[in-house]
Design a protein. Structure first.
Lengths: 230, 230
DNA sequence: CGGGATATTGATTGATTTCAATGTGAGTGG
DNA sequence: CCACTCACATTGAAATCAATCAATATCCCG
């Protein structure tokens, strides 16, 4: 379950990334801290970023690619808690150990900062400390939203919510590019791949979406989806 | 405001605390802050402590009774995110507004501290800032655990997990006292009251539990329940 | 062009919900 | 003290939604 550890990975210098505009104005303290103290590391598709109950020694920020955090039961049932896209920060654990595992969904570049470094900065920088805390609280808000989805929504509502959320996060007008597989989506929505697939087909039949390929989805009628969003 | 002491300390790892004069040894900084700066307020059964999208001006700690936090959809479907028992801290929002609502499950006494007061203290007290943050992160851990339950567990597994969790939190050997109704349990577990009721009956048939009354449950065989816990 | 992984579609089953009664228990007033 | 009531809980029967089992289909990638 732990093919590689963070410590064992080769840490390379930050490569020139397309999103590295020098915008420091209004930048969140934590983002600045990552820019100044983070090292970029590449993770290939499906490799572990960190494992559950591994010591939480780093904080992470997605530069490119996508990451999933999840928990698994003994018998293999998996629940994905969240997907992280470029710009998103994850792994902000309060405890000594990670509460769940994280894996790269596709080949990804992830900025890594030592927890001790950030924490040391936070002691003298209340702005950073507050930001750190509100990032974590933001995650809690999303978690509650996700619980509402898992506990109370129908398959169709779950898929619609997911698509709208992905579209919003990708800041895409119509076309949504999914970095994750149907299995990932199913494990995120608490469904089976068959149900996810059928539901997408059904939404296509209703002309709410269009499926040019399995990883590309065009939102034809946001209104229809919004109606299912709850 | 009468000086009341928390009967049971919250069950959570206490970080290495420094030598502090006015702070009890081993007590978490946030708990101390509540003791020093919190005012006790009574809420009767089913009354709102705060509402979703209300300004988050206070932090809360249960002294006695029980609290539920939840989200509701337009059509009334409700998902309870967590129950808070004596000693537990809640309402630690990072944003300006609350992300969900909180209500007293039964007549409760709740200690309330001004967010601004705690935040001001946190600026000069890194220990407190860290504690504040790790409390929030602890909530995130619980939220992920709850997601696994909602997304991937069967009705029987959900009920078993719930009972074991309640027993652990009440530090009870065999008898669990439930402050909440079947509807609350159902909305917490993502089930209907009928399914909760049926599942409890089924567990009683299997001699895993005993139901002397609807709010009192005797755990006869933790092993059986543990097996369902996942 | 072939082959393995991934995705879709179909048929059927089954767990949970829904609809509908019935039961229970605490509090109230006669 | 007993009926009465109201809220809450249990039980039963039927319906439904999603899971499971099973077969194709499609997409990459060498």
């Amino acid at each position: 379950m732990h093919p590689q550890t963070v410590a064992a990975l080769p840490i390379r210098p930050v490569p020139p990334s397309p999103d590295s505009h020098d915008i420091a104005v209004g930048e969140a303290p934590l983002v600045s801290a990552f820019r100044l103290h983070g090292a970029a590391v590449r993770f290939s598709r499906n490799t572990e970023v960190y494992g559950e109950s591994e010591r939480a020694e780093y904080f992470y920020q997605v530069v490119s690619g996508a990451v999933r955090t999840y928990k698994v039961m003994q018998d293999g049932r998996r629940q994905i808690g969240a997907f992280y896209l470029p710009g998103d920060v994850f792994g902000l654990e309060g405890g000594v150990e990670h509460a769940f595992s994280a894996e790269a969904v596709v080949d990804s570049c992830i900025r890594i900062a030592r927890r001790s470094t950030i924490m040391a900065l936070a002691v003298t920088d209340p702005e950073l400390a507050t930001d750190l805390w509100s990032q974590t609280a933001g995650g809690l808000r999303l978690a509650h939203e996700h619980m509402l989805l898992l506990g109370r929504k129908s398959a169709e509502e779950r898929v619609a919510s997911f698509l709208l959320d992905m579209a919003r996060r990708e800041a895409s007008v119509e076309m949504v590019e999914l970095p994750m597989s149907r299995q990932d989506i199913a494990d995120y929505l608490g469904l089976t791949i068959e149900t996810v697939s059928r539901t997408l087909t059904h939404l296509e039949d209703k002309e709410a979406i269009e499926l040019p390929s399995s990883r590309r989805i065009r939102l034809r009628s946001r209104a229809s989806l919004q109606q299912l969003n709850g």
